[in-house]
Design a binder for this molecule. Sequence first.
Ligand code: ATP
Length: 343
Amino acid sequence: MARVEIREVSKSFGEVSAVEQVSLKTAEGEFLVLLGPSGCGKTTLLRMIAGIEEPTQGDILIEGQVVTHLPPRFRNIAMVFQSYALYPHMTVYKNIAFPLRTRGMAKAAIKEKVHWAAGMFGIERLMNRKPRELSGGERQRVALARAMVREPSVFLLDEPLSNLDAILRASAREELRQFQKRVAVTTIYVTHDQVEAMGLGDRIVVMSKGRIRQVGTPQEIYQWPADTFVATFVGSPPMNLLGEGEILTGFRPETFLPAEFFQEGVETATYDFEVTWLEYLGAERLVYGNVGEKSHARHVVARLPGNVALPIDAGQVYPFAVPRAELRFFESRTGLRTDRSAV
Ligand code: ATP
């Protein structure tokens, strides 16, 4: 187990500034997710931790040692990319054993380690197969086992599940999470998928344009986004944002419900909600529409649980409300969250 520390790291590629002044510390055994849209610099940051890319400025420490200019092989890290490549002519056993064989480990020790790693990912029964005889999910597990077999002190993963279909992805996510907790190896995981980030991370680092916007637990990021970027990037549909003046008011779609839904005594902000479109999704209904005067009406979305059977039709106006405790406020100018309320 090891901690990773990033000290004011920047990286430019010529004119392009990919990572700007990023500082970050993992806890030991933590599962940290780097989340952000395409091009925000998350892969570049991961590659600098791995030693594949050198920072233009700043330092990277692993286990308290400055490793900024050390090549990957001296860092005791393992990395799995989206396009992990297994050796096609080797069996699963040989694929997993490969990193140990290149280190010259004794045969018996290799065998023990390979079985340990395969057991972690439930792939022992596949040992004699070649990669082409495996499903996508099984190949993924072999790649993870091959990375883990060296017992790295830091595990770096770059969208390793993105080649899997939706169902496999969900189960692979669950397995990865359980595995990581079992071995408690510090893990840094890159994704642009906020659902994946919320499900996997002990903490999430939200990035945009090379900079960190917020670091927090999934609950903190979702409940108390640091700015309007985080508020709208995390959550699907995103946080609703209303307002014209200095302060924007935000609320999550699931907190915006028919006014009659709230008991007396709950302080709410009430809006006339002109419904334009409904989407029935089984477990929930998404209700799209506008609030506010015609001239500066704002588009908002409500998310009603499937068991709220109130009839709601497009083209009608309904009183909807948000508990005041669920309102969030942001400065229009900077986008930063503020305690100043607009209402
Ligand atoms: P994605 O999810 O699409 O992989 P990302 O958030 O991981 O995106 P990076 O790959 O880190 O983003 O790229 C950050 C920025 O740096 C982008 O603008 C990218 O074009 C640029 N960049 C990355 N690598 C290089 C390189 N080797 N040469 C020039 N520019 C690069």
